[in-house]
Design a protein around this ligand. Structure first.
Ligand code: PRP
Length: 210
């Protein structure tokens, strides 16, 4: 069997990905022993685990240096790319929401003023408002997007909501659900053909243990 490489999104999705692999009987103990090492071997399966940032998971899979990847639908929707999205893994569940300051939740859609939207996901936000036929200005923010309306930079945010706690604690309220998000298994298009049975076997293992 060929040795495959899977890129995992570091952080929130990493733990759930490893738990899924362990349930499927794949020995990922090297990752937990590994400190700051970024590539690890599965000890009982011909696969190596690469730890990467979410958008880089897509880049590595698209270019074929990783055969598979686990990444959030949020990153897939924002970055796009040519790969197969083969499985919804059922963890990392959250959603994109449009949120505003609590006292502006009734008036956001009123009037003709062009609204300013702050977001880490400009492509997702642009598509959403385009579908609504609403002309908006979008400002890209790198993190803690909730600050933008509080500081007066934006009228609203489009951001990931998981528990809703960050919005609540910062006086913001979701007014529309934009799209649901969860972790997805993606596969390089050439690898899917070259290592078909091996990749199908791995997808089955993930599906049976998710
Ligand atoms: C995400 C998101 C929200 C928060 C939502 O941010 O952008 O800020 O989590 O989670 P909650 O609904 O459970 O409160 P993240 O922690 O990834 O940090 P960042 O904003 O700095 O990117």
């Amino acid at each position: 069997m060929n040795r495959l490489r899977i890129a995992l999104t570091k952080g929130r999705l990493q733990d759930n990905s490893l738990k899924l692999f362990e349930r499927a009987g794949l020995d990922c103990s090297a990752v937990n022993e590994g400190g700051r090492k970024l590539i690890h071997e599965m000890k009982n399966y011909p696969m190596d685990i690469v730890l990467a940032k979410a958008p880089d998971v897509i880049t590595y899979v698209e270019h074929g240096v990783c055969d598979l990847g686990i990444v959030g639908k949020d990153t897939i929707m924002e970055k796009g790319g040519a790969f197969y999205e083969v499985l919804d893994l059922g963890f990392g569940m959250c959603h994109f929401a449009l949120a505003v300051l609590e006292n502006e939740s009734e008036s956001f859609f009123d009037g003709f003023k062009t609204r300013c939207i702050a977001t880490k996901y400009p492509a997702v936000a642009a598509r959403y408002f385009e579908q609504k036929g609403m002309d908006v200005t979008i400002i890209k923010i790198e993190g803690s997007v909730e600050l933008a309306p509080i500081l007066g930079l934006a009228d609203a945010i489009v951001d990931i909501v998981e528990t809703g706690e960050t919005l609540r604690q910062n006086g913001l309220k979701p007014i529309e659900n934009v799209h649901s998000v969860s972790a997805r298994l993606i596969v390089n298009t050439a690898a899917m053909k070259l290592y078909k049975s091996q990749i199908e076997d791995f997808i089955k293992k993930c599906e049976a243990n998710k």
